[in-house]
Design a protein around this ligand. Structure first.
Ligand code: C5P
Length: 209
C-alpha cells in the first residue's frame, strides 16, 4: 500500500497534477481541500457561524467523503470560508481522521493539501511540495476565471492569493510548510505536462527503491 503526499499553496497546480498522478498509478485520489470546503459550505448553507469551533467540528465529523463535488465547492467564497475554519484544531482533527482512513485504501492513494506530508501522512512513500511564485499562481487563477467566462481583476486575485498564503502558512495548527523529506517542485516556469513528467520521474525513482 503506497501513499503519495502532495502539498503546496493555493493555485500552485496541485489539483491537476494530483489527478494525473493518481490516474497514472491507478491510485485513489483525495483533494483534502474539498473536505475543508464541504464543511464550510455546510455551515454557510445552514446559516451556522464560521467562528464557532464546536459547531464546525460537529459538521466536520459528519462529512461524507463520497459526496464531495468539486464543481459546487470551487466557488471563491467557499475557499475563503474554508481557510477560516481550517485554523480550528477540532475541525482539523475530525477531517484528518477521515483523510487518514482514506489514505489506507488499496492499492494506493494520492492525497493533496497543505499538511499531508507533515501531519496527515508523515510516513507517505513519496512527498512532493508543489509551488510557484505568487505572481504566476495569481496569473493562472486569473486566466482560469476568464476562460470560464467570469470577470476578474488581476490585482484583486493577486491579493487573494497572498492573503490565503498568509493564513495557511501563519496558522498555529498544521501550518503549510514542506515536510523535511519532501521533494520540491517549482512549477513557475513549467507547463502542466512538464510538471507532470518531473513529478513522475521523482515518484518512479523513489518507488523503485
Ligand atoms: O486547496 P483548497 O484551496 O481547496 O483549500 C481550501 C482551504 O482549506 C485552504 O486555503 C486551507 O486553508 C484549507 N486546507 C487545509 N489543509 C488541507 C487542505 C486545505 O488547511 N490539507
Amino acid at each position: 500500500m503506497t501513499t503519495i503526499a502532495i502539498d503546496g499553496p493555493a493555485a500552485a497546480g496541485k489539483g491537476t497534477l494530483s489527478r494525473r498522478i493518481a490516474e497514472e498509478y491507478g491510485f485513489h485520489h483525495l483533494d483534502t481541500g474539498l473536505t475543508y470546503r464541504a464543511t464550510a459550505k455546510a455551515l454557510l448553507d445552514r446559516g451556522l457561524p464560521l467562528d464557532d469551533e464546536a459547531v464546525a467540528a460537529n459538521v466536520a465529523r459528519t462529512l461524507d467523503l463520497g459526496g464531495l463535488d468539486r464543481s459546487v465547492l470551487s466557488a471563491h467564497e467557499i475557499g475563503e470560508a474554508a481557510s477560516k475554519i481550517a485554523i480550528m484544531p477540532a475541525v482539523r482533527r475530525a477531517l484528518v481522521e477521515a483523510q487518514r482512513e482514506f489514505a489506507g485504501r488499496k492499492p494506493g492513494t494520492v492525497l493533496d493539501g497543505r499538511d499531508i506530508g507533515t501531519v496527515v501522512c508523515p510516513d507517505a512513500a513519496v512527498k512532493l511540495y508543489v509551488t510557484a511564485s505568487a505572481d504566476v499562481r495569481a496569473r493562472r487563477r486569473y486566466n482560469e476565471i476568464v476562460a470560464n467566462g467570469g470577470m476578474a481583476d488581476y490585482d484583486a486575485v493577486y491579493k487573494d492569493v497572498r492573503r490565503r498564503d498568509e493564513r495557511d502558512m501563519g496558522r498555529a495548527d498544521s501550518p503549510l510548510r514542506p515536510a523535511d523529506n519532501a521533494h520540491l517542485l517549482d512549477t513557475s516556469e513549467m507547463s502542466i505536462e512538464a510538471a507532470f513528467s518531473a513529478a513522475k520521474s521523482i515518484i518512479d525513482a523513489v518507488l523503485k527503491h
